[in-house]
Design a protein around this ligand. Sequence first.
Ligand code: SF4
Length: 319
Amino acid sequence: MSEFVRPRVVISRCLGFAACRYDGQMVSFPLARELAEYADITTVCPETSLGLGIPRNPIKLYQCGDRVKLQQPASEADLTDAMRTFADEFLEALLPVDGFILKAKSPSCGFYGTKLFSANDGSSDATTIGITAGLFAQAVHERFPLLPREDEKRLEAAEQRHHFLTQVFTWARFRGAQDTGSVAALLEFQSENKYLLMAYHQIQQKVLGRITAHAAGRPFAEVRADYAQALAKAIQAPPAPVSYVNAVMHCFGYFSDDLGPTEKRNFLDLLTSYRCGQASRQDMLELLRTYVEQFNEDYLRKQTLLQPYPPSLRGKAPS
Ligand code: SF4
């Protein structure tokens, strides 16, 4: 596989970069520092960018009729329009990016799990009437619906972390390919991601193949837009174990003739263990990588399925 393209990732500033939370604290988030070695990080703190101090009185989201408002109960300030304006300006000024990691449950940054309060409950015993996304996070979703986005809590799960990192590095590679303005680069991208796409979504893999196959005579901008849509669908959800095993089996086919019966049986036993949850994805990939080196299988060496992102980002938990 070619060298990793550096993804561009936007991260909430309180996730390990600055003590800018409402209570003057910072959240420990080791992945941010680990990622910074391989990615270009842009940090953002929407609340301090609005001029709110550190520490500050908390802000909350309130359902007011058919509108959701961002308010600071202690000062009775309505920050809704200011936050929307900040989000629009910040996101408009961004270079093309490959993903977002924002603080969980925040009324500004939370993609998931942010509390929504009743309009009449500005007091400390306010009633939660639902769960929504923070205002800045909503703006991210509206402007970049195709891009991977996560919060630090969900990334604690090994599977989610692996999936997110795979998405982000895949988008970075795609950005590198599309920046060339050539269909040939998209074809190369497709070739290097063949088994990753097979593991994720075989139907969308075929859609991507059709887009490049029928690219002749079309403006590149149209091809690129269609390709991005199809790629987003392909890698939106983590792969099902059954289709992951299918892709691994295809890779295994490259050297199965070179292996003895014991090695073959060991490999198939490993796949069975993975299906049963007794072996990890990394166990399978590790064995595949060993065979790739042993048999000098150059085409597979370039396959992103075997190494979708830098190995040191794998984390401690098995995936
Ligand atoms: S959650 Fe967002 S707005 Fe709140 S402190 Fe962190 S970066 Fe700033």
